[in-house]
Write a protein that binds this ligand. Structure first.
Ligand code: FAD
Length: 467
């Protein structure tokens, strides 16, 4: 068989690239080594984690806030098998949806490990060991990433686990140490904390969710400590972790250089992910990777080999599903001779804790580092009628605007539903709105969106109405 475009990997980068390529008239194939399509995001990432975050949040509300709302329920209990089963159903429906989209767009799906024979030939090795070869004019590598493990940590998938195992637990841990204070650790830590697990976070840096604006990491740390009793050990370095019987023995060094030991029943390692290129046979096509194992690409996402492109987690940039999707569309349109564009500064980052956290554009730390003159305006969620009605009063919206032109440079939010609200910040910045532009637009009352309008009023001229 011969194709115009072959995509290796069916995550959000790969399947979106394949759909857009097919829409543009290319004869397209997609290769996936697992039996289900959708990659990390659909199978063991975004979707299952959000399903469990929702379920655990319902339980937390039933045990913590229903009574205040005047709803009496007798001792709600977690049925973990049912919760995980529902999550599996959500995953299945979503993956089946991708299969439908492949058929609808007449994309040929090959199940098996794709590896380059040469620049224009790809071998697909199936699970039963049989193989076939296809030829292709252009190839898009979208093979994603795998969890990173630190030396000294004995990852046994039973008690020393990564996010993949944390999404299919058989019991609720009594005490879980989360190594790494990033997005995945805070989200999955929240899932189990809401069901009664004591969560201890060990983070090497001096703050959690380090890529985000400092105000958000401080506020999230405060809320998780107060609400879910998270215990944070910042500036602490894990030296070793190993399962011993039904415990994990973790040795770490605190900021004073003292050795400390933790003995939880589970240890979640969530220190980041690394690009995945194993078995891809990059050397047969002559494709180069950089010093961090990422496939090297130019501004058009083309590798050093003409006709071979790479997108998503396997290349530089934020490891986010929506970034991978944008890149998939970008490459397909480039192949069709179009001139697409991605503004990497406007890829929003989101943490699905409760309250949620979201940010887009420059952080205050980045603006300071650049020596940029800016104005900052904040508005607390607790000042909103909508937030008081739902009892979600933690958090704030912070807008950063250019000191002279008032153009919005960054929007940072922590609060109810800000994962959705951040889209307004993205639209505003994509159209280069000023803080005053947004503050003069009508925002429905009572909604959480009013916090964005008020923060813009605060940023433009310190004239928020409701504080
Ligand atoms: C627990 C967790 C939660 C997350 N939550 C979010 C979130 O809420 N929002 C968000 O934006 N991002 C989230 N992410 C990150 C997101 O999942 C990734 O950024 C995204 O999946 C990257 O997409 P991708 O297409 O580059 O690769 P992937 O989704 O990793 O897909 C790559 C695919 O390629 C296949 N593959 C690899 N090598 C080969 C080969 N040689 N032949 C054939 N197939 C191959 C793999 O099997 C895989 O299916 C989360 C990640 C995790 C782990």
């Amino acid at each position: 068989m011969s194709y115009d475009v072959t995509v290796i990997g069916s995550g959000p980068g790969g399947y979106v690239a394949a759909i857009r390529a097919a829409q543009l008239g290319f004869k397209t194939a997609i290769i996936e080594k697992y039996s289900t399509l959708g990659g990390t995001c659909l199978n063991v990432g975004c979707i299952p984690s959000k399903a469990l975050l929702d379920s655990s949040e319902h339980f937390h509300n039933a045990t913590h806030t229903f009574a205040k709302h005047g709803i009496e329920v007798k001792e709600p209990k977690v049925n973990l098998a049912q919760m995980i089963g529902r999550k599996d159903q959500v995953v299945k429906q979503t993956c089946d949806g991708i299969e439908f989209l492949m058929k609808k767009n007449k994309i040929d799906v090959f199940n098996g490990l794709g590896s380059f024979v040469d620049k224009n030939k790809i071998k697909i090795t199936k699970e039963d060991g049989s193989s076939e070869e296809i030829s292709t004019d252009k190839t898009i590598i979208a093979t994603g990433s795998k969890p990173l493990i630190i030396p000294g940590v004995e990852y046994d998938k039973k008690r020393v686990i990564t996010s993949t195992e944390a999404l299919k637990m058989k019991e609720i841990p009594k005490h879980m140490v989360v190594i790494g204070g990033g997005v995945i650790g805070m989200e999955l830590g929240s899932v189990y904390a809401r069901m009664g697990t004591k969560i201890t976070v060990i983070e090497y840096l001096d703050k959690i969710i380090p890529g985000m604006d400092g105000t958000l990491s401080k506020e999230l740390q405060r809320v998780l400590k107060k609400g879910l009793k998270f215990d944070f050990n910042l500036q602490t370095k894990v030296v070793s972790a190993k399962t011993v019987g039904d415990k994990v023995v973790i040795k770490a060094e605190n900021k004073k250089g003292e050795e400390i030991t933790f003995e939880p029943d589970y240890c979640l390692v969530s220190i980041g992910r690394k690009p995945y290129t194993e078995g891809l046979g990059l050397e047969n096509a002559g494709v180069k990777v950089d010093e961090r194992g990422r496939i090297d690409v130019d501004g058009h996402l083309q590798t050093n080999v003409p006709g071979i492109y790479a997108i998503g987690d396997v290349v530089k940039g934020a490891m986010l599903a929506h970034k991978a999707e944008e890149e998939g569309v970008f490459v397909a349109e480039t192949l069709a001779g179009q001139k697409p564009h991605i503004n990497y500064n406007l890829i929003p980052g989101v943490v699905y804790t409760w309250p949620e956290v979201a940010g887009v554009g420059f952080t205050e730390e980045q603006l300071k580092e650049q020596g940029k003159k800016y104005k900052a305006g904040s508005f607390p969620m607790r000042a909103l009628g909508r937030a008081r009605a739902s009892m979600d009063i933690d958090g704030l919206v912070k807008v950063l605007a250019d000191a002279e032109t008032d153009e919005i440079l960054g929007v940072h939010m922590i609060g109810p539903r800000v994962a959705d609200l951040i889209a307004e910040g993205v639209v505003a910045m994509e159209y280069r709105a000023s803080a005053e532009d947004i503050s003069r637009m009508s925002h429905a009352h009572p909604t959480y969106t009013e916090a964005m309008k008020e923060a813009c009023l605060a940023a433009t001229e310190n004239r928020a109405i409701h504080v």
